[in-house]
Design a protein. Structure first.
Length: 439
């Protein structure tokens, strides 16, 4: 992504404000931060537009697998380090299903894939894709597996088969679902590229040598396949770290654009696989396909992914609303907290622990915690009162009492004036709530 100054050189410099920003420089800064679009400036010349469009394309190509709402997007990344801006598309997780097992085994695998779901800080986490592998060498078995799984799940699919004729027959079954095809190697590249081009599907290129991988990118593009994914075939965590880092760095630093594509990794069973997967989540893996993924390994990996791919500039938030806790009635007291999800879930868990029925009003503070929001002027007596009114909290809780976080005890008088409720100062730490409420 070019800098604001580089963008500014191509702008009309009229400072007319029609892009919603007062000056062309302000617009350039927003564009550099990804908060504005080129089309917002109606005066941009064709020359400037094409110069900016090509230089602002992400250095890692964005590739979509699947269609509609459940489609998985990979790549499109612009940064080497998350703190420079953010990472955009979380590492996708897929489970492998082979055509070697019985029908019951496939059914069991599909049921397990559906059940592998967790909720953390209000976000749902689970598998993103299924990979179907032709391991038997029997095209009839493989196509049967593709049909069965396509009927049994809406998840996007990866088809893994190195025989171009079998791949062509299998992809014909699910072409409209835009599966990812794995994979083209040095031997079958031409035919696989033909299959991918005919089906309009993205293609994985496989080679354990990055130079060869780059050559294959050039050949696949010459055949007309642009949506590519790279499988650098690492054998252990060290190779995973090395190869993924070289691919990402050469693309982001623009030292070699030929490797600017999402990265596919096949994760073996066991401890080595777990370390490879954790390394790949932290270091640029776009799609991890697991031979096995027990729930005890899936959860920490998904939490790690959630942490790495959270936008560091936008705190995770929950919906501002009135939440009943422990079955409250009209006589139950009212408390409030902010919509920063870590604060919310900590407070919620402590309230549940107390077993005391209460109403919890969550105030919109743009995801800031209590003290930060108060210091930034985003948690005020007026904003608390507005939240209580919007949710009808005073009608639901007729106790006439508002328990406030001890950190903002100084708001008491003004809160009493704004809400008309008796203010009770609660504990400073959420962990003190069970004892406080029970007493
Ligand atoms: Fe500059 Fe275009 Fe914005 Fe006008 S609309 S201020 S010319 S960037």
């Amino acid at each position: 992504m070019p800098t604001a100054i580089e963008i500014f050189k191509h702008l009309p410099k009229k400072n007319c404000g029609e892009c919603r920003y007062p000056t062309c420089l302000a617009f350039a800064m927003q564009l550099a931060n990804g908060k504005a679009k080129l089309d917002d400036c109606p005066h941009l010349s064709e020359e400037g537009r094409s110069a900016l469009a090509s230089s602002s394309a992400p250095p890692i190509r964005s590739v979509k697998v699947g269609v509609g709402k459940g489609a998985v997007e990979m790549g499109g990344e612009t940064e080497l380090y998350r703190h420079d801006k953010r990472f955009f598309h979380p590492t996708a997780f897929a489970l492998r299903v082979t055509d070697e097992g019985s029908e019951e085994k496939v059914d069991g695998r599909l049921a397990y894939a559906r059940s592998l779901r967790f909720e953390r800080v209000g976000q749902e986490m689970g598998l993103d894709l299924l990979e179907l592998e032709c391991r038997s060498g029997d095209s009839g078995r493989f196509i049967g597996l593709v049909r069965k799984v396509a009927d049994g799940t809406d998840l996007p699919l990866v088809l893994r088969c190195h025989d171009p004729a079998v791949m062509a027959a299998a992809v014909a079954e699910v072409r409209e679902r835009r599966p990812l095809l794995h994979g083209a190697d040095a031997v079958n590249l031409e035919q696989m590229a033909e299959v991918a081009k005919t089906a309009g599907c993205p293609l994985v290129l496989c080679a354990d040598d990055l130079g060869r991988l780059a050559d294959m990118v050039g050949m696949a593009r010459k055949k007309g396949v642009e949506d590519l994914v790279l499988d650098p075939m690492p054998a252990d965590p060290k190779e995973t770290l090395e190869r993924c880092t070289i691919i990402r760095r050469s693309a982001i630093r623009r030292t070699f654009r030929g490797l600017g594509y999402p990265i596919y990794l096949s994760i073996p069973e066991g401890r080595r696989g777990m370390v490879m997967a954790a390394t790949a989540v932290m270091k640029y893996g776009s799609l991890l396909v697991f031979e096995e993924l027990p729930a005890a390994q899936a959860l920490p990996l998904m939490v790690l992914r959630q942490n790495i791919y959270t936008d560091p500039q936008v705190p995770i938030q929950v919906r501002p609303d009135l939440y009943p806790v422990n079955g409250p009635g009209p006589d139950s007291p009212l408390l409030f907290t902010t919509n920063f999800s870590l604060t919310f879930f900590t407070v919620m868990s402590d309230l549940e622990k107390s077993k005391v029925p209460v109403w919890l009003q969550v105030v919109d503070t743009e995801g800031l915690s209590v003290l930060t929001a108060y210091s930034a002027g985003k948690l005020t007596p007026e904003s608390v009162n507005a939240a209580l009114q919007a949710s009808g909290a005073k009608e639901r809780s007729r106790a006439g009492v508002l328990i406030i976080p001890g950190m903002v005890a100084r708001m008491s008088v003004k809160l009493n004036e704004a809400t008309g409720l008796r203010i009770v100062v609660g504990p400073k730490e959420s962990s003190g709530l069970p004892r406080f409420l029970r007493s």
